[in-house]
Ligand binder design. Structure first.
Ligand code: ATP
Ligand code: MG
Length: 562
């Protein structure tokens, strides 16, 4: 794998720590909650955490933050492991779970109670919320804050022993209800959740909260640098408080970086989960989804996603990345590796009237002009062909240079043809066939007399081509920022683009392609990069368009001088 060692502020901190002898090795972790599939934002965190561990000779743990049994499922655990590996990273023996530490986390709870630093609070969840205060007003102490250590120990043990209903008691840290940082106003450490856990079954009915489990899991695993996204900045004092007040020998440094935001999509598992459950997309791996499994099905390569993560860099302030940058990365990669083939998505029949019936010939075509080692192949040519319906206009405007009555164009790798006649359906008036003549002297695509044409069209031989289904995708949302009006109460679902999927089921592809395996990536000349979908069946190949050939991002890049 290529080494992406772009400098960034996190690498600077790590290098200084190593130089100063603060650490001798770098240990990071990627800590997903198994409550959904990973998305491209997670890829940023994965590339960062696994990337620094690799580059500084350390290791990165994959840790499931499985503290919320009602939302977590083994399906999500499996998909997360598959996606991290697919991206090209390996955790080896360092597969960890917050649930591995439930016993220790419980004992740490007892330790905090014994030190007078935690108490069982019996306010209802609503009361806890209203006692918490606001950004401008301090909170109020819970009436249970001064329970004795003995009473707290007794209640906490009984919480654990399943003696109470959900929502009746919680364990809270005893910090400061007047703190300007709401996270420090006696945060909840354990709550009662009556749900089976996918790993610990019914052993527990109290579960630790994120801040508590996360800081302690980091310390237990000896993490050196705990890299997380910016929204945890205000949680850092709590992270530090927990580790400072317990007998742990390791105090990792939490460092925050900006989340990845992409326009025209949403990037939170909760929102992505709604798209799936409400049927706006077919599944978590629907090729329109920004999930890693969706991008994979769409045809994205791991290298293109790593390259994207490298290009966007790691910074301290939030920004929104243009989707075209991701598209730039996949084009760049597939340009080098995808073989070229011809396919016609909206077929229009062309009959070459001066080409004898029954005659066929083979014409040589290049598999990838970027890579000679990919060789050549032979294309079958015959009297009846299909071209793209869009490539013909009966009454063309001034700037249309493709086929039109009386006009000559090149068929790629084949001949010059001239349109002589347009055949229409007598009832509907729709064009059903174009009659052309070819110039035998232009075989291979050039005229010996040096005569030029203004367009080169792709085509397939009608007799030899195979049928295929092609799925074209557009943006999943019709506005750049689907969550822009959330605060005004506008649900992001309203901005789902109703035309994000276009299924073409009468397409024709070059013979041979009907045997392509799911996951194979191909450039259809002039149409874009495509990937064979797992829905492919014998005699019924299905292709997803990964991306078109047009490179909008390159234009943006040149303009901004990047
Ligand atoms: P989501 O809101 O999508 O559920 P999350 O932060 O709740 O995301 P986790 O499973 O807790 O999801 O995330 C695992 C790690 O991935 C965290 O360290 C988090 O900071 C990081 N992460 C999540 N989303 C992004 C993003 N958009 N950009 C960068 N890192 C992210
Ligand atoms: Mg989360």
């Amino acid at each position: 794998m290529e080494n992406s060692s772009q400098p960034n502020f996190i690498r600077d901190i790590i290098e200084k720590d190593l130089e100063a002898g603060k650490h001798t090795e770098v240990i990071t972790r990627f800590p997903p909650e198994p409550n959904g599939y990973l998305h491209i934002g997670h890829a940023k965190s994965i590339c960062l955490n696994f990337g620094v561990a690799r580059d500084y000779g350390g290791r990165c743990h994959l840790r499931f933050d499985d503290t919320n049994p009602k939302k977590e499922q083994p399906e999500f655990v499996e998909s997360i492991m598959e996606d991290v590996r697919w991206l090209g990273f390996e955790w080896g023996e360092h597969l960890c779970h917050a649930s591995d530490y439930f016993d220790q986390l419980y004992r740490f709870g007892l330790e905090l109670i014994n030190k007078g630093k935690a108490y069982v609070c019996s306010l209802s969840p609503e009361e806890i919320r209203s006692y918490r205060g606001t950004l401008t007003e301090p909170g109020q102490n819970s009436p249970f804050r001064d329970r004795s250590i003995e009473e707290n120990l007794d209640l906490f043990q009984r919480m654990k022993n399943n003696e109470f209903e959900e929502g009746t008691h919680v364990l809270r840290a005893r910090i400061d209800m007047a703190s300007p940082n709401i996270n420090m106003r006696d945060p909840v450490l354990f709550r009662i959740v009556r749900a089976d856990h996918h790993r610990t079954g019914d052993r527990w009915c109290i579960y630790p909260t994120y801040d508590y489990a996360h800081s302690l899991s980091d310390a237990i695993e000896g993490i050196t640098h705990s890299l997380c996204s910016l929204e945890f900045q205000d949680h850092r004092p709590l992270y530090d408080w927990i580790l400072d007040n317990l007998s742990v020998d390791c105090h990792p440094q939490q460092i925050e970086f900006a989340r990845l935001n992409l326009n025209y999509t949403v990037m939170s598992k909760r929102k992505l989960s709604r798209l799936v459950s409400e049927g706006h997309v077919k599944s978590w791996d629907d090729p329109r989804m920004p999930t890693l499994s969706g991008l994979r099905r769409r045809g994205y390569t791991p290298a293109s996603i790593r390259r994207f993560c490298d290009l966007i860099g790691v910074a301290k302030s939030d920004n929104i990345v243009d989707m075209s940058m991701l598209e730039f990365c996949i084009r760049e990669d597939l340009n080098k590796r995808a073989p070229r083939r011809m396919a016609v998505l909206n077929p229009l029949k062309v009959v070459i009237t001066n080409y004898s019936e029954g005659r066929e010939e083979e014409l040589e075509a290049i598999n990838n002009p970027e890579d000679d080692s990919m060789g050549k192949r032979m294309l079958l040519f015959s009297r009846e062909l299909y071209i793209e319906r869009d490539d013909f206009m009966e009454d063309p405007p001034r700037k249309f240079f493709r086929l039109a009555p009386g006009r000559e164009v090149r068929l790629r790798y084949a001949y010059f043809i001239t349109c002589q006649e347009v055949i229409k359906d007598p009832l509907t008036g729709q064009i059903i066939e174009i009659r052309c003549t070819y110039d035998p002297a232009t075989r291979g695509g050039d005229a010996p007399d040096g005569r030029k044409v203004k367009a080169t069209l792709h085509w397939v031989s009608a007799k030899h081509a195979k049928k295929a289904e092609v799925r074209l995708y557009d943006r999943l949302f019709s506005v750049a920022s689907p969550t822009k009006d959330e605060k005004k109460g506008v649900d992001f679902i309203q901005y789902v683009n109703p035309d994000s999927l276009d299924i073409l089921d009468e397409c024709y592809i070059e013979p041979g392609l009907e045997h392509a395996e799911p996951g194979e990536r191909i450039q259809f000349e002039r149409l874009g990069y495509f990937c064979v979908d797992p829905d492919t069946r014998t005699n019924r190949p299905v292709f997803n368009r990964t991306v078109t050939l047009r490179d909008a991002w390159a234009k943006i890049r040149n303009k901004s001088g990047r």
